[in-house]
Design a protein around this ligand. Sequence first.
Ligand SMILES: [Zn+2]
Length: 312
Amino acid sequence: MAMGIETIFLIINVLLISYLLLLWGSLDKVNIWDVLKEPALYIQPFKISLTTIPLAIFIPWVYVSVIYFFCGIIGLFLGVSSNGFYTLLTTAFAVPLIIFATRYYQSTFKTLCKVCNGKGKVDGYNEYLEIHFNHGDCFCCKGKGTIHAKDEINKTHDLLLENLLKEEEAIKKVEVLEKEQEELSQNIERKNIDGTVKNNLEGILSKINSQIEFEQAAKNFYRTAVEKLMILLYNKHLAEYILGKTKEFDEIEEQNISTYADTESKKYQLSDTEIVDKIEALVQEIALRQNLSIVQELQKELETSTEKLQIK
Ligand SMILES: [Zn+2]
């Protein structure tokens, strides 16, 4: 017997639900609805958890039974033939797949907001801004939890993400190097160490030391870049908030305010874009030239060019 189209859809549904449950198990504190809402943000090949295997086996068949049950009821109610019943089943299994595919496609244009980690709310102390937040809407994604490729701040956010990752990377490298440095120093200080071996070890140690210096300088650079980008996002949010509130409370002066909002936002956009472009160019330069004095130079350049950028 040839496999009916409804059976093929059924199998795809079962496999997809199983996969999503396995994936969900591997995600830390993520709601399953968030995964269904923005699948592309969470789906990573081979990222699955073994702890949700029982669910991944059990739930899809519950789902299939429920669909069969409801199609049966609807079929009886409408008095359809067996062919009609299969059409109902095909539709019932195809619709979720179409919805899922659409959601997946739409979410490929989005990124999880790095400032709030997709939660939409900011809480606690932000070490870059030195501001304490109390569960307010995220100043970066405005509470949405995601940034769309079309959003005005998308480039700033992308750059923020890149610099945060690089800062983290540099911190890890410093940690590893420092451990190596400590072990080597202990080895060199041994009493009975051979002269040539000692010389060789000292040579390696000095190379490790300069590598540490470089990674630390790089870390400082990325940290400054993150700080400046956060300030930029925060100021933008603040300016928009103030303009919004001014409009709300002072409708009489509508005319004046809209002119003010216009010039003010133009002023922001111009300086924002310039700063973002500058940081982007500097980050690219560092990636190309892995050299301590150049990183220190670029750090100075970054500081001078963003000097005027302070939290408002
Ligand atoms: Zn956010």
